[in-house]
Design a binder for this molecule. Structure first.
Ligand code: GDP
Ligand code: IMO
Ligand code: MG
Length: 427
């Protein structure tokens, strides 16, 4: 019966991994529906600390099946490395299922990601260079190769011969790099296919069965709403649909089935890569947040850009996804600040606006209008009930609820499962 989607509401890295790892305890099925190895979901639990790129964060519970849906682009190399690492840490990975419809990231995708970024020069997007954009381009261009194709070696050879011919023209004639070898890629992907075969299947019947049995299904969003190909800060976005709507097409499920959409918001804002970010703090305060919170990318290790909470952007994400509730993460990061700012509007071209602009050039010119709230200057990491939070922290949470017009159901005060306050029941 219950179907819950966990969706990033900012520019990614909101703490989705922690929230999913927590909620997955009760889940029967945990599903990734979009993105690829550009995601880096940190999970800290009794098995250790993990940065998951493709395997859903529910993998740590013995009763939970994990599914990589058709909307994901899969790098077999990254996935196999991740599985090996999990197995080394004695995590049972036998309950993983990969949709045969999911598209593969091929060596030319990672290479083109790098070459395209270099060619953009000062207009580089700051991609993770994991080949995600080029793989989605091929999917839409009907030039993709799918996970299911790994199971038919002859068919794979013929498809790869056709696609690689075009890619090699692009690589040699446009980018001036040497062509890639058909034989080598085919050999490598046949080996990947042999190793991944036990996990590859038709995933639709699994989801249908779970729905019929009334099991709890958890959608694990990747990236964030402001990186969405349609609703994000285009062109500084990823190539998939991280919004909740992406879950239906990324898995093959009707929107009528969803029961609860949980947005994940950090108590402040971060962004990694290029593009506008109105509340970015370039000075000492931004650096303080980065140091206190260790804001470095889980996938690329790049320093994340840090700034105050942007309620204009968060309200937009809340509307686009129809959040029923929010998980507010990393409240503890603000523990030491004497005062905390929240952006409630933007000043642009002499006007004051409260709508999130649809144009990145306009957003780039937006100056944040701040409201200043008192800090609490004491540790919250050990607190487990809303009423135990210092009054200024309670006021901060309540003010954010008002500004985004959505209840905050979960408050996270540390990276561990138990460092969580359930302020309101989900469902
Ligand atoms: P995701 O991509 O949305 O899963 O987020 P990331 O894993 O990329 O980044 C979130 C980071 O915040 C990780 O290092 C988490 O361990 C950490 N984290 C999550 N929740 C909290 C919290 O409430 N407090 C603190 N201090 N860290 C947290
Ligand atoms: P999780 O799931 C933060 C960003 C990249 C870049 C832009 C495009 O961990 O929240 P891409 O490689 O997707 O073509 O890069 O999107 N990006 C993320 N930023 N968290 C992520 O995932 C991201 N996935 C992509 O930094 O700006
Ligand atoms: Mg991340």
């Amino acid at each position: 019966m219950p179907l819950i989607a966990v969706i990033g509401a900012q520019w990614g890295d909101e703490g989705k991994g922690k929230v999913v790892d927590l909620l997955a305890e009760k889940a029967d099925l945990v599903v990734r529906f979009s993105g690829g190895p550009n995601a880096g979901h940190t999970v800290l639990n009794p098995y250790g600390e993990f940065r998951l790129h493709l395997v859903p964060s529910g993998i740590f519970y013995p009763h939970t099946r994990c599914l990589i849906g058709n909307g994901v682009v899969v790098s077999p190399a990254v996935l196999l490395e991740e599985l090996e690492h999990l197995q080394k840490k004695e995590v049972d990975t036998s309950r993983l299922f990969i949709s045969n419809r999911a598209h593969l990231i091929m060596p030319y995708h990672t290479l083109l990601d790098k070459l395209e970024e270099e060619a953009r020069g000062s207009k580089a997007l700051g991609t993770t260079r994991s080949g995600v954009g080029p793989a989605y381009m091929d999917k839409v261009a009907r030039l993709g190769i799918r996970v299911g194709d790994l199971l038919d070696k002859e068919g794979l050879l013929s498809r790869l011969r056709f696609v690689l011919k075009q890619k090699n023209i692009l690589l040699t004639k446009v980018y001036g790099t040497p062509p890639l070898s058909l034989k080598e890629i085919h050999h490598q992907y046949c080996q990947y296919g042999d190793r991944l075969a036990p996990f590859i299947c038709d995933t639709e019947p699994l989801v249908k069965q779970a729905l019929e049995r009334g099991e709890l299904i958890l959608f694990e969003g990747a990236q964030g709403t402001l990186l969405d190909i349609d609703f994000g800060t285009y062109p500084y976005v990823t190539s998939s649909s991280p919004v909740v709507a992406g879950a239906f097409v990324g898995l093959g499920l009707s929107p009528t089935k969803i029961d609860y959409v949980l947005g994940v918001l950090k108590s402040y804002t971060t962004r990694v890569g290029g593009g506008p970010m109105p509340t970015e703090l370039r000075g000492k305060t931004g650096e303080s947040i980065r140091q206190i919170a260790h804001e470095y990318g889980a996938t690329t290790g790049r320093p994340r850009r840090c700034g105050w909470f942007d309620a204009v952007a968060a309200r937009f994400s809340t509307y686009i996804n129809g959040f029923n509730g929010v998980a507010l993460t990393r409240l503890d990061v603000l523990d030491t600040f004497a005062s905390i700012k929240v952006c409630t509007g933007y000043k642009v071209n002499g006007d004051i606006i409260h709508q999130f602009p649809n144009n990145s050039a306009v957003l780039q010119r937006c100056q944040p209008i701040y409201e200043e709230l008192p800090g609490w200057q004491c540790s919250t990491t050990h607190l487990r009930h809303f009423g135990e939070l210092p009054p200024p922290a309670q006021s901060y949470v309540k003010r954010l609820e008002e500004l985004i017009n959505c209840p905050i159901s979960i408050i996270s005060v540390g990276p561990r499962r138990e460092q969580t306050i359930i302020a309101r029941p989900i469902l």
